[in-house]
Structure formats: structure tokens, C-alpha cells
Design a protein. Structure first.
Ligand code: HEC
Ligand code: HEC
Length: 332
């Protein structure tokens, strides 16, 4: 009780002060000479508050105004009174001005919505920048580093970003981010580097069968590219035989098979699906994938036979019986 009373009193007092300042002529005029987006008569206090919002939205250091120099002309060795806040010499300031105009425009449009969330949400720099100057998502940042400086720099950049930003909302460090980077690299032909990224993912998320399976898929693809399909499938066998039981599942060859199927390499896809079904005959998906792939590549009878065989040994399997019924109705 004794603590609560004075702190309530303090809050009321502060609220009153704020009211007086913001609604009276006490609000100090600014001394700005080069405002092009903000209202020229914006009170000094509001101008400062917006500039602080720029800082925090972009994750710039506030101490001694160092972050202001990201946009403004000045020097940490000079007193702040000698900094030139009006100058437009820095590209970042000119870009930031466009950003401020854009943010105003967004908020004006939001204000015109028929119904709004309560309390109203205002878009600020932080909405997109989330505490970083470069708003690109993690995947794009890393692919940019890869294009400019190669795989070693990319891995180092990832580690640094994770060290600095993990736990905040600036970057998405979940497992799919590096999988997506590795996928882009693989599609671009940089398979070796894709594998290195996927191995980094394994290290970060150890133990993760998702990350491990993805690396294995890329390694099989690498074996196929250098020595042909049979070499790739043999690589799978070797890894399967030496792995702990149940650590390598049907999803490795299933994913690879569909990748081949989608990119018009149907014969190879069918071989991969056949192999997967032979390896995991008691799992439904390898049977379904082989059945679907056969059906979709024109081997309709063989496709139907896959589902019929599965249902003969699993008569209560509703997914399979729906699938079969669907194919039969298409067949008419
Ligand atoms: C991300 C870029 C950015 C950062 C960081 C930033 N500002 Fe600004 N500042 C601007 C822009 C853009 C304008 C001009 C706005 C306009 O044209 O309406 C401006 C205008 C000003 C002005 C008015 C200058 C004049 O005479 O026209 C002052 C003063 C100012 N900023 C102070 C600060 C201070 C102090 C900080 C650090 C706490 C800071 N700014 C941080 C972008 C920034
Ligand atoms: C709607 C999303 C969005 C909002 C809100 C936003 N930005 Fe940006 N900002 C971007 C994007 C996207 C880029 C990259 C633009 C490009 O170069 O193509 C960017 C780039 C910038 C850059 C250039 C960074 C560099 O390294 O080149 C600055 C500075 C910047 N923003 C400042 C701000 C400030 C200050 C605010 C708040 C007033 C703000 N932004 C609000 C999306 C946003």
C-alpha cells in the first residue's frame, strides 16, 4: 500500500505534465531549417521523439547520439552543437526521408480503414526494419553474401548474425531458413555449397532428422550428378546401412523423387520411387507416391494396382481407399 500510492501519484503527475506540454504554447518550436516531409511547425519534442524512433527502429546505438550519424553529418569528436542536422549529404538520410513519407502515407491509409484493431496500430520503421538497417530477410542476406564473397563468408555471416540477433525478431533463425538457402544454392548449381549450408543447419539444430535428411538428399543428388542414378541410390544404401536404426526414413527418397518428377525427369523419378517402396514397403507414403507417379506418367493400370495391393493388406486405410476411388472415377 505504502509503495503504491506515491507511484500512482507520480504517474498522474507525469501524465498532467505531458498534457500541458503537448497542448499548450509551452511546446517548443523546433529550429529545423530543412524539413521536407515532417510539418515545419512540428514541436521540437515531437521531432526528437521521431528521431529516437528512427534509431530504435533500425537498431542504431543511442548512446551520445552515435546512431544519429548513420543519417546526419557530424563527428563523435565534435560537440553535438556543431553537427549539421540540416545537411542532406548522406544517402541514408535521403533514403530515410522517403521512408518517413512512405510511413506517413501508410498510416494515413490505415486511418481510413472501415474498421480498425483497437487500440490502433501505427506502422513505424520497426514494423519492417525490426531493429536492423537492412530489412532483407535472412535468406536473402545470406544468398547476397554467397554471391559476393562465397561459402566461407556466408557461414561466418550467419554465425555473426545469430550471435547478435538470436531471440529478437530481426531474423528468422528457425530450421527452415537455412534449408531454403541450401535449396536456392542447389537450384543455382552450387551443390557443394548447398551441402555446406545444410551441414551448418545440422550443427545448429543437432540432433535434427529434418536437417540430416536434407543434407543426405543433397548428397545423393551430388552422387547422381557425378556418377549417375544407380550411384546415387547406392550412396543411399551405404548411408542407410551404416546409420543408427530409424534415423533415415522414407522421406529422403520421397522428396528427391518428387523433385525429379516435377522437373520432367519421370523415368529417374519412377526408379527412385520404386527403390523407396522396396526399402519401406510397410509405410504408406512410399506406396502412394509410387502409385501416383505411375498414374501421372501414364501407367494408369500399374498405378491403380499399387493402391489395390496396399488396400488388400490394409483394408481399413481410409486415405488409400479415397485415393483409389478418386482415380477410378477419373478413369471413367
Ligand atoms: C535513419 C535516418 C535518421 C536518423 C538515424 C536520425 N535522423 Fe534526424 N532526420 C532524418 C531525416 C530524413 C530528417 C529530415 C526530415 C524531413 O525532411 O522532414 C531529419 C531531420 C532532423 C533534424 C532537423 C534538421 C533540420 O534543420 O532540418 C534534426 C535536428 C534531427 N534530424 C536530429 C536527429 C537526431 C538528434 C538524431 C539521433 C538521435 C537523428 N536525427 C537521427 C533522418 C534521421
Ligand atoms: C514498409 C516497410 C518499411 C518501413 C515501414 C520502413 N522501411 Fe526503410 N526500408 C525498407 C526497404 C524494403 C528498404 C530497402 C529498399 C531498397 O534499397 O530497395 C529500406 C531501406 C531503408 C534504408 C536504406 C538502408 C541501406 O542500408 O541502404 C534506410 C536508411 C531506411 N530504410 C530507413 C527507414 C526509416 C528511418 C524508417 C521509418 C521512418 C523506415 N525505413 C521504414 C522498408 C521499410
Amino acid at each position: 500500500m505504502t509503495l503504491r500510492f506515491p507511484s500512482n501519484l507520480l504517474q498522474t503527475f507525469l501524465a498532467l505534465i505531458f498534457l500541458v506540454i503537448s497542448h499548450s504554447s509551452i511546446a517548443q518550436a523546433n529550429e529545423a531549417t530543412n524539413l521536407q516531409v515532417l510539418p515545419v511547425d512540428i514541436p521540437d519534442r515531437a521531432l526528437r521523439a521521431l528521431m529516437i524512433e528512427n534509431l530504435s527502429g533500425l537498431g542504431l546505438p543511442r548512446l551520445q547520439g552515435e546512431g544519429c550519424l548513420f543519417c546526419h553529418e557530424g563527428d563523435m569528436d565534435l560537440p553535438r552543437s556543431e553537427w549539421d542536422f540540416a545537411a542532406d549529404s548522406k544517402l541514408n538520410k535521403r533514403k530515410a526521408r522517403e521512408m518517413m513519407a512512405m510511413v506517413q502515407d501508410i498510416n494515413t491509409r490505415l486511418a481510413g480503414l472501415e474498421q480498425r484493431v483497437a487500440p490502433n496500430l501505427r506502422v513505424t520503421c520497426a514494423t519492417c526494419h525490426a531493429g536492423r538497417t537492412d530489412p532483407r530477410p535472412l535468406q536473402q542476406v545470406l544468398l547476397g553474401t554467397h554471391a559476393d564473397d562465397g561459402i566461407g563468408a556466408t557461414i561466418e555471416h550467419y554465425r555473426n548474425l545469430r550471435q547478435r540477433y538470436y531471440g529478437g525478431d530481426a531474423y528468422d533463425f528457425r530450421i527452415n531458413s537455412l534449408i531454403s538457402v541450401a535449396t536456392s544454392l542447389a537450384i543455382g548449381g552450387a551443390l557443394e555449397d548447398a551441402i555446406a549450408i545444410s551441414q551448418l543447419n545440422e550443427e545448429i539444430f543437432e540432433p535434427s532428422t529434418t536437417a540430416q535428411s536434407f543434407t543426405l538428399t543433397l548428397q545423393i543428388e551430388q552422387a547422381i550428378q557425378s556418377d549417375g542414378l544407380n550411384a546415387g541410390l547406392a550412396y543411399f544404401d551405404a548411408r542407410y546401412d551404416s546409420a543408427e536404426p530409424n534415423t533415415i526414413s522414407w522421406n529422403v527418397l520421397d522428396g528427391l523423387g518428387w523433385q525429379y518428377f516435377r522437373t520432367n525427369r519421370q523415368d529417374a523419378a519412377l526408379q527412385i520411387f520404386r527403390k523407396n517402396q522396396a526399402q519401406f514397403p510397410n509405410d504408406y507414403i512410399p506406396n502412394e507416391s509410387l502409385g501416383d507417379a505411375l498414374w501421372n506418367s501414364g501407367n494408369r493400370e500399374q498405378g491403380l494396382a499399387m493402391f489395390e495391393a496396399w488396400l488388400a493388406s490394409h483394408p481399413d486405410h481410409t486415405t488409400a481407399s479415397r485415393r483409389l476411388a478418386g482415380l477410378l472415377s477419373e478413369n471413367q
